[in-house]
Design a protein around this ligand. Structure first.
Ligand code: AMP
Length: 363
């Protein structure tokens, strides 16, 4: 048994190293490779919350070294999106990362599930990430891009045509620089996990893609860096999407496997909340538009008429919380004052029945 340690004897925590340039990152990575040490990677755009923390914790459990990137990638923001106002909280993010690393160090010294340490935060500038041409998200922009089709053009991609091109491109850059053994992605952005898995496979990147369950607020809303834009009124109504998906998933649990039945429940719920909001006066309501509710194959994202229990499916959706019409004087309208629409996405995986296979087969 280890002897009790007084506060003075506690090993001093060295702040997590911040690397801004790919050359330095590569040199470090090569040392770890030669030492035979495993590397897990968690790509983020910062504004860290419990969802990101859960990814980092999982990576710490499975790897000796964990790298976290913090980079707000311009090519995944359409010109009308929130690139300039996207939350940037560097100091708080670094505090979170240092605390996590400190905890991991303490737990490593006792018996713990944490095996690794956060060995560096990779936080490059855009000049470094896009060394030749400016990062433009227009469909016809010049530049070196990674396109994964047709996975990138359905669902989120239908409303955000160059989004996954931006995501795949920045992930390819980060994966090439860091060459991790494992990468950790959140189920919250399920289409992103499907696109990146496909990219890793098609380009023979040899990285194990790990998917971590969605972390939610107590009322079910999936955590997201963008939730700060909602404000309290829209925040309350935004749970409608998860509630709708949950009612659809219950239909599947009861083994009604038809698209018609599963989507009808989910859509009915959304329409009911929508109608309820429309009945309220503009000073009290939070209106939203439904972008899509989808029931799709887990590997191909093709829409399904019928779920095969041996394969399961993805039930996903997106709604757009509209700007507040009449904010009250003392109302918490969220970052930006409630003037911009906020997109909410979510999903539930309808799990296949135990012991069955065939997820990758076409349907
Ligand atoms: P972002 O910083 O939004 O680009 O997200 C970085 C990573 O965190 C992505 O793999 C996301 O899917 C993941 N992530 C974001 N929100 C959550 C959440 N609520 N639960 C789990 N993972 C999440």
């Amino acid at each position: 048994m280890s002897s009790p340690v007084s506060e003075d004897d506690q090993p001093h925590h060295t702040p997590v190293r911040v690397i801004r340039n790919p050359g330095e990152m590569r040199t470090y990575r090569r040392e770890l490779l030669l030492a035979g040490e495993s590397v897990g990677f968690v790509p983020t755009m910062g504004a860290l919350h419990a969802g990101h923390i859960s990814l980092i914790r999982e990576a710490l459990e499975e790897n000796r070294h964990v790298f976290v990137s913090i980079y707000v990638n311009p090519t995944q923001f359409a010109p009308n999106e929130d690139l300039s106002t996207y939350p940037r909280t560097w100091e708080v993010d670094m505090e979170i990362i240092n605390t996590l690393d400190e905890q991991a160090a303490l737990e490593r010294s006792g018996s713990s599930e944490y095996r690794g340490r956060i060995s560096a935060v990779f936080a490059p500038t855009t000049d470094v990430m896009y060394p030749n041409l400016p990062p433009i998200s227009h469909p016809d922009a010049h530049g070196s891009f990674v396109t994964i089709s047709p996975l990138s053009s359905v669902l989120e991609g239908a409303s955000r045509p160059t989004f996954f091109r931006g995501v795949a491109t920045v992930c390819m850059k980060l994966f090439n620089i860091i060459t991790p053994d494992r990468v950790y992605l959140g189920q919250k952005d399920i289409q992103q996990t499907v696109v990146i898995r496909r990219m890793v496979e098609d380009f023979h990147l040899g990285i194990d893609v790990k998917i971590v369950p969605t972390v939610r607020e107590p009322d079910g809303l999936a955590m997201s860096s963008r939730n700060v834009y909602l404000g309290s009124r829209r925040r309350r109504v935004a749970t409608a999407l998860y509630d709708a998906l949950t009612t659809g998933a219950e239909v599947y649990e009861c083994r009604d496997l038809t698209r018609e039945a599963i989507l009808r429940e989910a859509e009915d719920h959304l329409y009911a909340v929508c109608a309820e909001q429309h009945r309220l006066p503009p000073s009290q309501r939070a209106l939203f538009e439904i972008d899509y509710i989808s029931l799709a194959n887990r590997a191909t994202l093709r829409e399904l008429e019928f779920v095969r229990v041996e394969r399961g499916a993805i039930l996903s959706g997106a709604i757009k919380m509209l700007p507040l019409e009449e904010p009250a004087a003392d109302e918490d309208c969220g970052v930006g004052g409630g003037t911009s629409a906020v997109r909410i996405i979510d999903n539930i995986v309808l799990e296949p029945e135990e012991g069955s296979a065939g997820e990758d087969e076409d349907e």
